[in-house]
Design a protein around this ligand. Structure first.
Ligand SMILES: Nc1ncnc2c1ncn2[C@@H]1O[C@H](COP(=O)(O)OP(=O)(O)O)[C@@H](O)[C@H]1O
Ligand SMILES: [Mg+2]
Length: 434
């Protein structure tokens, strides 16, 4: 499909263990799968010791995985490759070399002539805002300036993918803020060839401020817990309610994983052509409300019990529980269901707030809803016919199923007020979405 983003990096079933002692290995990464696409900043967010740096080094080709593989543009990485560059937390500058020489160092391995090395280094130093400091030594620079040199050394090789390992965490708060904004400016200015930034961090605010997608990484062993799309445009305002909701969401995912030590719950992640369950909003809100009643609150509830109460077969209940799971309001496992923190927040919210929460979850976890909204946002007239989406859905689904799925996403989207739909004309639009 034309809208599919180009994949750059694929991490497939990567495991890594280190020798702990003679008898035991320490499993640091277990079955890590992730993809990076053109045009996005991705944050890999996880606690200290969860294996983030190890994963980044594997992606960069600096160390080998114990199992699984990493592909760059479809080719398996077997060692350091051109196209990927790394920025380290500790700057890793050579104290006996000047700024210019430190930056040039990045090019030494590439067999480039002396003059070209020099001119590219000078240019890159300019880009990171260190013009005039070419002949300074690292010890003469502040922490922020040293990290700018670190950026320049990565940028000078003209990479497609910038891998950053906690690049702001050794800096004071204000310096870090400045550097983050400058990084965003550089990304948006398209002055470089960079197509993807993978930023490793343990800082929730940093991930929320910078990333288009946040991969929440769990510990012991490190693995991908869940993923959040961030649809808030830059520059992001930390007072914006959408931003607050995002932060809440991330906290929920981070803390949920802390509670379920070892056995993290994996939410279902669906694709664009997923056959959404045919469920009405009233059924979704009805089940959430029921699960929030005092007798069921804060515990896992047996699905057959609920079915009984609602005079439904368990099979009839399944699409509704599945939609709660897709929308990430509840966890379903082994025949039990339990509202998560956002499910509870939704249950407690008033009508308007409910719509906001629902909209956020719909756009984050239902790619079809996000896709429709994006098309409508991009079109100057802000409308599109349903036929257009139907024919796209028919790439994945039968005609009947495509019709049903579109009907479902339209109902959910109208409730969330992320778009409007006119039954007479079959047009989707952003006009008075209600
Ligand atoms: N070369 C190594 N040898 C042995 N253990 C290592 C090595 N590198 C990392 N580890 C261990 O792997 C775990 C994850 O480390 P790391 O990838 O640095 O985590 P993070 O970057 O998330 O803080 C830690 O327990 C660390 O001690
Ligand atoms: Mg680390």
């Amino acid at each position: 499909m034309a809208t599919t983003q180009q994949q750059i990096i694929q991490v497939k079933n990567v495991k890594k263990s280190f020798k702990k002692d003679n008898r035991q290995d320490l499993l640091v990464l277990d079955e890590v799968n992730l993809e990076l696409f053109e045009g996005e900043i991705v944050a890999l967010l996880g606690k200290s010791g969860s294996g983030k740096s190890t994963l980044l080094r594997i992606i960069a080709g600096l160390i080998k995985p114990s199992a699984g593989k990493v592909c760059y543009r479809g080719k398996q990485i077997a060692g350091p490759v051109q196209g990927l560059a790394m920025v380290f937390q500790s700057f890793a500058l050579m104290p006996w070399l000047t700024v210019l020489q430190n930056v040039e160092l990045g090019l030494e391995a590439q067999g480039i002539s002396r003059e070209e090395r020099r001119s590219r280094a000078v240019q890159t130093i300019d880009i990171v805002g260190l013009d005039g400091f070419e002949s300074a030594y690292p010890k003469e620079l502040s922490g922020g300036m040293r990290q700018r040199v670190g950026f320049a050394r990565a940028l000078v090789v003209d990479p497609e993918v910038l891998l950053m390992d906690e690049p702001f965490s050794a800096l004071d708060v204000l310096t870090a803020e400045n550097l983050r904004s400058d990084l965003l400016d550089l990304w948006q200015s398209k002055k470089t060839k960079i197509k993807n930034i993978l930023l490793v961090t343990h800082n929730i605010d940093e991930a929320a401020f910078l990333a288009d997608r946040i991969i929440v990484f769990g510990s012991n062993p490190g693995n991908v817990r869940t993923e959040l799309k961030v649809e808030i445009p830059h520059p992001r305002d930390d007072q914006d309610p959408k931003y607050r909701l995002l932060i809440d969401n991330i906290y929920t995912f981070m803390t949920t994983s802390a509670v379920d030590v070892g056995a993290a719950y994996r939410y279902k992640t669906i694709g664009l052509g997923y056959r959404l369950p045919n469920v009405q909003i009233s059924e979704i809100t009805g089940l959430v409300d029921m699960l929030h009643e005092p007798i069921y609150q804060d515990k896992k509830v047996d699905l057959p019990l609920i079915a009984d109460e609602l005079h439904l077969n368990v099979d009839d209940l399944f699409p509704i529980t599945e939609s709660l799971e897709i929308l990430r309001f509840a966890q379903v496992s082994k025949g039990d269901i339990e509202l998560n923190a956002m499910g509870k927040a939704f249950a407690d919210a008033d009508i308007l707030e409910r719509k906001k929460i629902f909209a956020h979850h719909l756009l984050s976890y239902v790619p079809l809803a996000r896709y429709i909204r994006r098309i409508l946002d991009e079109r100057p007239e802000h409308h599109a016919s349903e036929e257009r989406f139907l024919s796209e859905l028919e790439d994945y689904l039968s005609e009947d199923a495509a019709n049903e799925v579109l009907k479902v996403v339209i109902e959910w989207g109208r409730y969330a007020e992320i778009f409007a739909y006119d039954f007479n004309t079959g047009k989707l639009s952003l006009e008075n979405p209600n």
